[in-house]
Design a protein around this ligand. Sequence first.
Ligand code: NDP
Ligand code: 2IT
Length: 445
Amino acid sequence: MTKRAFLEKVAAKNPNQPEFLQAVNEVVESIWDVYEANPIFQDANILERLVEPERVILFRVPWVNDAGEIEVNRGFRVEFNSAIGPYKGGLRFHSSVNLSILKFLGFEQIFKNALTTLPMGGGKGGSDFNFRGCSDGEIMRFCQSFMTELQRHIGFRTDIPAGDIGVGAREIGYLFGQYKRIRNEFTGVLTGKGLNWGGSVIRPEATGYGTVYFANEMLKHVEDGFEGKRIAISGFGNVAWGAAIKVNELGGKVVTLSGPDGYIYDPDGIRDEKINYMLMLRSSNNDIVAPYAKEFPNATFYPGKRPWEVPCDVALPCATQNELDKKDAEMLIKNNCKCVAEGANMPSTSEAVTVFGKAKLLYAPGKAANAGGVATSGLEMTQNYMGLAWTREHIDKELHQIMIRIHEQCVEYGRIDDKYVDYQRGANVAGFLKIANAMVDQGVV
Ligand code: NDP
Ligand code: 2IT
């Protein structure tokens, strides 16, 4: 089959799933020559099997709100691929959640988890539940109802969910409590747990830390570093927060953050108590960053705009998918941005990625640059299996080493010449080879 025929077949089989098709196209474009050069993969029909989830679970989540009314949400778990380990990946609670978004996230997770070098398959789940305006009791009842169904499909050797947008420590706590109550077992079935009940230090910071460790490797590869650089970050959630802390530690200056209402430009740098303020904004459940400019008057709030118009040396998109388009990419290049490392999953549109490629800007896709979150989840699983709790120093060192190893894999498979690495190709090919070989070994399943 030709590449075009393959992509047309996937598109015909998955109508109304634009995000999933976007993720598949990006991978297939990168790996097709490797696929064609390996008759073993073709004989085993690896690609057609890879784009089909092993299992998709879709369920009703009924719950009672504070007014005594019954609300109904939709719950999902996409168990995408278990060739190299049990399904592993986050849960997203956001009003935009649908099958296309969860399939794209699950598909990306397969490659990301393979790159971590840890034995984890790929999965993703969530619900179209929106916690804005909900009381704590409502969030708890929703989580309990969600887990009442999900628990029969997951397990610490089968499928290990974690957080993502809208699912943080609070939600993981309620989900874990309900799992334990129904199954009568205390296991590491979820990651991102509280520190005094099986959680791992550094897990909250891990995605952002890892993204900055990865970007630092990209810069080091061209004999540069974070010292004195201006960094534009989007989002103000968990990932953006961890990235902001680590950028400051490495001597960079964070000049932006953003939310659905617009972005903040702070010429003095977002550091110290301003980073804690970010956390307060996030936990207020108000979904806005505008108050930052009132609290710190040297900063300016730009309503309805994205941070990519601010001159910067490094851009770290850490909010959500497709938040950086072709125009934004052109603006970054015009302003001499050197490096884009994705803290979020698929934040750059396909057109933006093409613009980066043509300009030979250093660009790393989320599956490589944000793998530190799930890698640290993998370390949490290992601690749970062993019944141990490692120290902060130990885990930070492991995380750092893992990000260096992911960078090395990208360079191995994506090196174009002495100066330029195509990280998109490197990440996709390295991840694909590992998964495809495991699938061949395990026969037609
Ligand atoms: P959070 O819920 O903590 O934060 C997400 C941030 O993005 C929030 O500020 C959110 O605001 C904002 N956001 C959502 N939609 C938009 C939008 N359309 N425009 C602008 N901002 C928006 O989630 P995380 O920080 O955990 O996740 C951020 C990204 O990182 C996601 O792509 C996620 O998949 C990815 N990721 C997360 C990992 C983790 O361990 N948490 C690991 C690897 C990747 P709001 O929700 O109010 O709309
Ligand atoms: O996108 C991701 O990698 C995550 N949301 C983290 C998944 C995990 O299992 O820790």
